[in-house]
Design a protein. Structure first.
Length: 267
């Protein structure tokens, strides 16, 4: 088993100049990562790339699904995120995902896959994976995806959304119900007036929330959405929380598929 270790946090600050330091010491949250990859050379390259990021702490690796389940049980505290190859020998990445989420539901799983495995990716997501990355992605993209799922987000490409819609057996895509979309001004007036939500039980999305939903449906991460909309990451997370509540879903995948079903977003 390959294993690398780092300190649980990193401190970054400006050099001292003799004057009282104006910069604050920044505590960087470390993400405990476990990597499952059956090809030793690929695994070695992955570790080499990931170890250059201070926010990533490799807490273990495995070359098979069976080894992964054994080794993860020995890691204390458990990993935050598992980067798992989908095409493992023996126990598949799908079965590994299902087993891990059944035993350690707090661990987030990010699937590593190739272009022609869409059906398998859908099955992995249904088993509990938070998203997937394509093999060959740049290291920065991999780390961004790891951060995304650690924060409770999902990493889903837009080409997969319609497949998820089919596999989850949602009703045919329909038109938005009356009043589904409201302007920010209308929503504010409704909140001030204390008016009850629509009788359907689903509150209307504001224009900003709909914009946010449309952007994540295109596959953008929280960081990318924040840059595009000129908002903070915290604001994006707040919008997503409101979207989940209003659409009666629990994650980005369900929000996108429900948005497509209602006809309020398109790809």
């Amino acid at each position: 088993m390959f294993a690398l270790d780092k300190n649980s946090a990193s401190l970054a600050h400006a050099p001292l100049t003799g004057e009282p330091p104006a910069e604050e010491i920044v505590l960087m949250e470390t993400i405990r990562l476990f990597v499952v990859e059956d090809q030793p050379k690929i695994l070695k390259n992955q570790l080499k790339l990931l170890e250059s990021f201070q926010e990533i702490q490799i807490v273990g690796t495995a070359l098979s699904g069976e080894e992964a389940l054994d080794e993860i049980a020995k890691v204390s505290p458990p990993p935050d995120v598992i980067l798992c190859d989908l095409g493992l020998p023996g126990i598949s990445g799908i079965d590994v995902t299902r087993a891990i989420k059944g035993k350690w539901p707090s661990i987030e799983i990010l699937i590593f896959t190739i272009f022609d495995e869409e059906d398998k990716v859908v099955e992995a997501i249904k088993a509990g994976a938070a998203g997937y990355l394509l093999k060959g992605a740049e290291a920065e993209k991999i780390v961004e995806g790891i951060k995304e799922v650690k924060q409770g987000g999902s990493v889903i490409q837009p080409s997969l959304a319609r497949s998820l819609l089919r596999h989850f057996r949602l009703p045919e895509q329909g038109k938005p119900a009356p009043g589904v979309l409201k302007s920010e001004e209308e929503a504010a007036k409704e909140r001030e007036s204390g008016a009850p939500p629509p009788p359907s039980g689903r509150r209307a999305l504001t224009e900003r929330e709909l914009e946010c939903l449309q952007i994540i449906a295109k596959g953008l991460s929280n960081n990318e959405a924040a840059r595009v909309l000129g908002l903070s990451k915290a604001t994006i997370r707040t919008h997503l929380e409101h979207i989940y509540q209003k659409l009666d879903v629990t994650n980005r995948v369900e929000a996108v598929t429900e948005g497509i079903r209602q006809g309020i977003i398109d790809l």
